[in-house]
Design a protein around this ligand. Structure first.
Ligand SMILES: C[S@@+](CC[C@H](N)C(=O)[O-])C[C@H]1O[C@@H](n2cnc3c(N)ncnc32)[C@H](O)[C@@H]1O
Ligand code: SF4
Length: 325
């Protein structure tokens, strides 16, 4: 799959549900209406679509949500997709809030998952509950330990929030270093309908980086993933630090990804509404129609995205976030 700017698409972020057991303040409103189950792609439809994408050159699939581990039977889907590893698919990964990891980590590892991203915005139980509006930190930390014990490499994703967790970033770096996790910091972005004014908590990572560099040496790494992260090695800690600044578009040139919502809408770009709907085609038109729709998506995949921090209306659905969906 090559788009009109010559970019090869090899990475798919696949949302398996819009539901979540948390309500992080920057992501969801307290009161959410979720899609009816019949609107979601079934596991068979996801597997068929994945086969087509793999045949067209997709090498990595990341499952996300909402919270992927709250989709009923998720372990079956992971097993189904894991069976494609080694036959074109090189990596199956997952981004999770970690609340169910104690239950599922072993099954993820057994299915061939090797690395997961776990979102963790605070190591303080009260703050964690405040940011997520309901989360139990001890459960997430226990889940991370079970995942590490099962052999999964864990990367922590932390959304940097002014006045909420900005003072915890050095402690999070040290905590990750002690446990062998890498850390990625994410700038908040204007996605999803939330009740709060997100600009209150907007914290530019340029500022965060300057502050980190007061205590640590950051050595720029050449590693690029085709995604929005820039990586650094933290010399004193032996941790890799990723900085995701979705509001800048300096990573668009190497963009290698598309995003698929739980109901089968495929987005060519995080910051545009350019999309094709695959669910009805999967249900009625069959694979040639899906193939043709993907061609249309690639032909129209935007060159770059534009965001404004004050954007009132999200450009794409809330579960299509920069790291997770
Ligand atoms: C939408 S979640 C989906 C997967 C899973 N529920 C989780 O939290 O990891 C994926 C990632 O997007 C991040 N995220 C959600 N809303 C965001 C926003 N408005 N700005 C920046 N990152 C956001 C979350 O912190 C999380 O790391
Ligand atoms: S960031 Fe993840 S855990 Fe938090 S509300 Fe959004 S989907 Fe749920």
């Amino acid at each position: 799959m090559i788009d009109s700017f010559g970019r090869r698409i090899s990475y798919v972020r696949l949302s398996v549900t819009d539901r979540c057991d948390l309500r992080c303040r920057y992501c969801m409103a307290e009161d959410m209406t979720f899609l009816p189950r019949t609107d979601l792609l079934t596991f068979e439809e996801i597997a068929d679509l994945s086969d087509l994408l793999i045949a067209r050159g997709v090498k990595r699939i990341r499952l996300t949500g909402g919270e992927p581990l709250v989709r009923k039977g998720i372990e079956q889907l992971v097993r189904m997709l894991g069976a494609r590893l080694g036959s074109g698919l090189e990596e199956l990964t997952l981004t999770t809030n970690g609340t169910q990891l104690d239950r599922f980590a072993g099954q993820l590892a057994d299915a061939g998952v090797r690395r997961i991203n776990v979102s963790l915005d605070s190591l303080d139980p009260d703050r964690f509950r405040h940011i997520t509006r309901r989360g139990d930190l001890s459960k997430v930390l226990a889940g991370i330990d079970v995942a590490s014990g099962a052999g999964l490499k864990v990367k922590i994703n932390m959304v940097a929030l002014r006045n909420l967790n900005e003072d915890e970033i050095p402690a999070m770096l040290r905590w990750c270093s002690d446990r062998g996790h890498d850390l990625t910091l994410i700038e908040t972005m204007p996605l999803g309908e939330v009740e709060e004014d997100r600009t209150d908590h907007y914290l530019p990572l340029t500022e965060v980086r300057t502050r980190i560099e007061e205590s640590f040496t950051l050595i720029p790494s050449l590693a690029r993933t085709g995604g929005p992260a820039r990586y650094f090695d933290v010399a004193e800690l032996g941790v890799r630090l990723g900085l995701i600044t979705p509001l800048t578009n300096n990573f668009c040139e190497g963009c290698n990804r598309i995003r698929i919502s739980a109901s089968g809408t495929v987005y060519g770009c995080l910051g545009h509404d350019q999309k094709v709907e695959l669910r009805d085609l999967l249900r009625s038109g069959g694979m040639p129609a899906v193939d043709a729709a993907l061609d249309r998506l690639l032909a129209g995949k935007p060159k770059r995205h534009e965001f404004a921090i004050s954007a009132a209306k999200p450009a794409v659905a809330r579960h299509m976030s920069v790291t997770g969906g």
